[in-house]
Design a protein. Structure first.
Length: 319
């Protein structure tokens, strides 16, 4: 009976994710098909740079995934690096479902096991996600603040980095966790999340944002070959701010929010048609990479699934 419920739950989760992805793809295709300027730009695209963008974005998924594994191990969650990384990558599909809760569900269920606490795995998801958002907001805000952009974008970047970073400061985070866990059975020592873990998060996430920013810069360069180095740097920063703002909005995949931020930052430099085309093309390229990476992650998860015999305690042989 328990197995049947698990199967049903997986089918329901998969159905919700598929619907969310379908809506995202439909909206992107509709945007391209109804604008002549964007269709004309698409005909002039230098496609090899989109391949470079896809490769950079795919690599950009790895540092964040590995940091999630590090947080899990700090709290003694028995999971291997390949399985944790695959679970994290698969979880990206959950962001296309309203509310973003599906991200947590996909990642936690992917590493579920007899000795894996769902509570600890869930908290690790929040640590990794908030660290990623704080790092992205900080680096993006620094570049945007030194650029000629609307003042409200600088204020937005500053507010987002504070909102995401403060909850992950180790002393504050541990106090919150201990209070939430008061009166319950102790499952882990929350003190294991310390300043070294915090610093490692900023290091790994800086790598993630460097690669994701580089991916978007490649997309911009594919559309506008005359873009300067300053334009591409600003584009990289804009993508970080757009992703963070999209996360805070809780809309599926940050739909609309990401495009708004990217066009607001890039229009003065590239023009409205090129800015919006780059934003929409990034949506398509990034989604394609996430689908391919999730398919590969599913294979890894199947091959690294803990066996029932290994997970179960040994039964003494009868005499």
């Amino acid at each position: 009976m328990k197995k049947n419920w698990k199967t049903i739950a997986r089918l329901v989760i998969a159905s919700i994710v598929v619907v969310g992805l379908a809506v995202t793809i439909r909206d992107a295709v509709h945007q391209f098909s109804t604008d002549n300027d964007k269709r004309q730009l698409l005909q002039q695209i230098r496609w090899p740079y989109l391949g470079i963008a896809a490769g950079l974005y795919g690599l950009g998924l790895l540092p964040a995934a590995y940091y999630w594994f590090q947080v899990l191990r700090r709290w003694d969650v028995p999971v291997t690096a390949p399985r944790a990384v695959a679970a994290h990558i698969q979880g990206h599909l959950g962001k296309y479902v309203p509310g973003k809760a599906m991200v947590v569900v996909l990642r936690v269920t992917a590493i579920a096991g007899p000795e894996v606490s769902p509570l600890v795995a869930t908290v690790a998801v929040f640590v990794e996600t908030l660290t990623m958002m704080a790092t992205g907001g900080a680096w993006s805000g620094a570049v945007i603040a030194l650029s000629d952009v609307p003042t409200w974008l600088v204020g937005l970047a500053s507010g987002l980095v504070i909102a995401a970073a403060v909850p992950t400061v180790p002393p504050l985070f541990r106090v919150v966790l201990k209070r939430l866990n008061r009166g319950r059975e102790k499952v882990v020592s929350w003190d294991a999340y310390d300043w070294s873990t915090f610093a490692a998060g900023w290091l790994w996430m800086s790598g993630t944002w460097l690669l994701i920013g580089g991916a978007f810069a490649a997309i911009v360069y594919a559309i506008v070959p005359t873009a300067s180095a300053a334009d591409l740097l600003l584009a990289s920063a804009a993508m970080g701010l757009a992703v963070v703002a999209g996360f805070v909005s809780l809309l599926p995949g940050g739909a609309g929010v990401r495009e708004l931020i990217l066009t607001a930052v890039l229009t003065p430099r590239l023009g409205p048609a090129a800015a919006l085309t780059a934003a929409l093309l990034a949506r398509v390229v990034f989604l394609g990479v996430e689908l391919a990476a999730s398919a590969a992650a599913a294979i890894v998860l199947r091959r690294t699934r803990p066996s029932v015999d290994a997970a179960s305690p040994a039964v003494p042989a009868s005499k």
